[in-house]
Design a binder for this molecule. Sequence first.
Ligand code: AVJ
Length: 318
Amino acid sequence: MTKEASVENIQSAAATFQEEVITGLQERKKRLSPKHFYDAQGAYLFDQITETDDYYLTSAELEILQHHGGDIAEKLGEHCRFIEFGSGSGMKTKYVLDEAYNLHSYVPIDISAPYLSQSIKELKQDYPTLTIEGMCADFTTPISLPESAGHEKKVVFFPGSSFGNFEPMEGELFLKRTAAMLEKGDGLLIGIDLVKNPDILHAAYNDTQGYTAAFNKNILERINREMDADFDLASFEHYAFYQPIEKRIEMHLISQVEQTVQVGPASIPFKEGESIHTENSYKFTVHDFTVLAAKCGFTRDKVWLDTNQHVALLYFER
Ligand code: AVJ
């Protein structure tokens, strides 16, 4: 990650953040994008969530990476450019990096600059000979990868069910764009959360330690910190539930009172009980996801499940 590039990215990201926040809060159904959860505090709270017993997603995917690291490395082959979207703490990647033979390079891409530089620093210590080309970017918009002179096989890694944050149309667009970034024979290694008993889903997004609630509310704290805003945190409540028709967890922040909140130049009125919709987290069946990916140019090659069959890691060939 070059210095100039990161500073530029951060400044334009700040402008986009403010614009998107105000636009979303002025809509009839108020909403904020879940990609804005991840400032330093949000990234920290998300890591706390992943360590709770209720939030099975991370441990289940780690189990798959631990048990099948060798098989996964075999799919990458030798001299692969391993590109990760939403690399976050980079914790999971180690399981793949440990098994991979002779990677050409690792390209972590994340929207959170502090998260990204921290994980690059740690990975450089653990893998001193590995070429790491970090990019601070929002992969929900079209991005171009750092140039490479060679013709290495590329594998895009999109773990952690981050794909679940896309609306159906966005997800399709993302898969089509990813396919366009790749050539025939390249790969996509993607983690999805599976449709399951709603009680398990409900518990995962309402953890008993309250980290998910704090994570959800942090988006308001972030707005207060970074914009001239006066959200009263105590007057908003975390509300998360499974919606089985759309097969998604919805997260909301519900205003407990009628109030007006100042957000930069905008006055945002709330009725008692009014919601800010902060996240959708879609769940899939292996079959449905495979059909979707096929429509976007990917052929499924391999499915790995955890022992509880809560999540799936899928390998597709372009
Ligand atoms: C990072 C999008 C996969 O949807 O489970 C965790 C985010 N939200 N708890 C998810 C999240 C509430 C997470 N993803």
